[in-house]
Design a protein around this ligand. Structure first.
Ligand SMILES: *Cc1c(COP(=O)(O)O)cnc(C)c1O
Length: 234
């Protein structure tokens, strides 16, 4: 996509985040925009970066580490948001600042063990399955508490909060209900003594509802970079 289009998309998304935050009585600065750049070439990330964007999110280890290498000259904060296989933890621990998709203790333990001492702790979120059987990824809500307590004790990870990818739903009431469920789970963990500050929720089609329900990080791809073509040059 050309630079001008990416720049105007970035502005439109930032404006929409502002509107949604103010409508909810929130300070827009409480909401961090992650530009989800999976399948898009490094030059598209440079175009977004040129507008001031600093946080980028990738879903695939090999593709993500390739872009990290290609964009070493920029001050980017890299977020990993895809499913994490336990044999792929090392490049995530070595290259990313955040991992949003922790759903198993074994993966968390490996990330902690493999996080280089030269880097700050890896910032992590636990992914929760708030859509029941409709979704394959994420921890069941009734298992989040136990996993969160264990992950929070790992030395080289810093547990920041929860993440979810609700089932796509065009009905705003359903969108709100799913995001409210994640916020309530987070509140229970905070009440149980975990110092969590991050709710990673909201994508191109539902981020206003997520912001209304307390999202602190929204993960937006399509609205910035356009539709993805998985058959193409990803
Ligand atoms: C691809 C992806 C996004 C971005 O989705 P869009 O609908 O393109 O905004 C957000 N979160 C996760 C986990 C993703 O895989």
């Amino acid at each position: 996509m050309n630079m001008t289009t990416i720049a105007s998309n970035m502005q439109a998304v930032r404006d929409a985040i502002d509107v949604a935050a103010r409508a909810a009585g929130r300070d827009p600065r409480e909401v961090t925009l992650l530009a989800v750049s999976k399948t898009f070439p490094a030059d598209d990330l440079r175009a977004a970066y040129a507008t001031g964007q600093r946080c980028f999110a990738e879903n695939y280890v090999q593709e993500g580490t390739g872009k990290i290498a290609a964009l070493k000259d920029l001050q980017i904060e890299w977020h990993f948001i895809g499913p994490i296989q336990s044999n792929k933890t090392r490049p995530i621990a070595e290259n990313f600042s955040w991992a949003h998709s922790i759903e198993r203790l074994k993966v968390a333990e490996r990330l902690s063990a493999q996080r280089p001492e030269s880097l700050p702790p890896l910032q992590v979120c636990i992914e929760v399955n708030i859509s029941g059987e409709a979704s394959k990824s994420g921890v069941a809500p009734n298992e989040v508490g136990a996993l969160a307590q264990t992950v929070a004790a790992l030395p080289r990870l810093k547990l920041r909060g929860l993440m979810a990818i609700p089932q796509p739903d065009s009905n705003p009431a359903q969108q709100h209900a799913a995001f409210a469920q994640l916020r309530q789970l987070q509140e229970q963990l905070v009440d149980a003594g975990l110092p969590l500050d991050t709710l990673s929720m909201g994508m191109s089609h539902d981020f206003p509802a997520a912001i209304a329900e307390g999202a602190t990080m929204v993960r937006i791809g399509t609205a910035i970079f356009g539709a993805r073509n998985y058959g193409g040059n990803a």
